[in-house]
Design a protein around this ligand. Structure first.
Ligand code: DHB
Length: 396
């Protein structure tokens, strides 16, 4: 029911991991291989191993309200073990045993590094690496602006990579590019105008984190993470709606340019089957889990997949192609937002429950408190101690 293809890579399930959390080691990748994820995607590799930015460099489980704990921010600076670690014979052999497509993410510090890493991938045995995700949108490297925001550089990089692939005399794994979120309608058009010039680009992954966000510890009056003056990429639930819009707009641009052969993978704030359903409705052929995988265990792939299947069954859809890209414009009377209450593991109050809760729970407790308990303890409370200690409220 959830089978799909991305850039012609057949995936048994359209839900798989995002590059980033829990993807740094081969052990972590094998763990993903032992879940229901439809593919195994590596950490973004650089040519040589590197430690990344100073610690602390991330926050997760940020409470977005009503105990909905899927906000995140990171400024990791590409800690990874170097490309050879992810594609050496032993690693490839171990990953092959998981029987899932293996996609290698690349985020070279220079164009030459990316070309060199691609060459190394092309010399791996056939069918050990099933796809490439070239990350053109990491926001966390000091002095390296995001390529996806610099359209001249985007063109230049794709041109060089295209030449390399076209000159390679063997079948190369399908190439996808990971983009940054765009916020201006003209940027969707411009990005697609460039991308469609290069037939080597088989799919687009959108979106990366929203770069250069900030959290502040108001008690200490300081930035909440150490690197880059406290700036990091915003992820999780904060960015779901930006991800939806990016998938939708890029899909629309691809349709109007007649290039529906370029697939879209949606990523950003997916935490439940409904989130995945919405991204697919906007045009995504597969959906990645990043913050959710970070916060939960690898069981999230099974959970989100089963939730998506239930939604599809209820709507009478047999495959994601039955509804992919079919988002309709506004219909009068439509509900403004999807109910979070469809999330199985995230607590969120249905608005309709609030009057009842008020009447039968909060009001009696309040009366009890005012009449009996308050007089006994009234002068012994340390009001100052009750101040919120958690300036950034995260969940346990
Ligand atoms: C990192 C962050 C990203 O958003 C990304 O796509 C790759 C790497 C990082 O900081 O390590």
């Amino acid at each position: 029911m959830l089978a799909t293809t991305v850039g012609s890579i057949p995936l048994p399930c359209c839900i798989y991991n995002a590059s980033g959390p829990k993807t740094n080691s081969i052990e972590a990748l094998i763990k993903i291989g032992n879940t229901s994820a439809g593919a195994i995607l590596s950490k973004s590799a650089t040519l040589n191993a590197q430690d990344g930015n100073e610690l602390p460099r991330f926050i997760n489980k940020i409470d977005l309200g009503s105990n909905y704990c899927n906000g995140s921010m990171n400024s990791e600076g590409l800690p990874n073990q170097g490309i050879d670690y992810y594609i050496n014979d032993d690693a490839l052999l171990q990953i092959k045993k998981c029987n899932k497509p293996y996609i290698v993410s690349l985020s070279g510090l220079t164009l030459n590094d990316n070309l060199e890493m691609l060459n190394r991938i092309f010399s791996c045995p056939f069918d050990t690496i099933n796809g490439i995700e070239l990350n053109l949108a990491c926001p966390n490297i000091v002095n390296k602006p995001v390529i996806a925001y610099d359209f001249d550089q985007l063109d230049e990089v794709l041109n060089a990579i295209s030449k390399l692939i076209n000159a390679t005399k063997k079948i190369t794994p399908p190439l996808g590019i990971k983009l940054a979120p765009y916020f201006d309608p003209s940027h969707f058009t411009k990005a697609i105008e460039i991308i469609i010039k290069y037939s080597v680009v088989k799919y687009i992954v959108t979106t990366n984190t929203i770069g250069n966000a900030m959290f502040i510890d108001a008690e200490l009056e300081c930035a909440a993470i150490a690197p880059r003056n406290g700036l990091g990429g915003l992820g999780g639930g904060y960015i779901k709606h930006t991800a939806l819009a990016n998938v939708y707009m890029l899909y629309k641009e691809l349709v109007s340019s007649g290039r529906t052969d370029i697939d879209i993978v949606g990523v950003g704030g997916v935490h439940c089957g409904l989130d995945a359903f919405e991204l697919i409705l906007c045009g995504a052929r597969a959906v990645q889990l990043g913050t959710c995988h970070w916060t939960e265990t690898g069981d999230c792939f099974e959970r989100v997949s089963s939730e998506l299947k239930i939604i599809m069954q209820n709507k009478g859809y047999n495959s994601i192609e039955d509804f992919r890209g079919n988002l309709k414009p506004y219909i009068k009377g439509s509900k403004q937002i999807s109910k979070m209450s469809m999330n199985s593991n995230l607590k969120s109050k249905d608005k309709d429950d609030i009057p009842n809760t008020l009447l039968f729970v909060i009001l009696p407790i309040f009366i009890l408190f005012v009449l009996i308990i308050f007089p006994y303890i009234s002068f012994s409370i340390d009001f100052v101690g009750l101040r919120n200690h958690y300036f950034i409220s995260t969940c346990k």
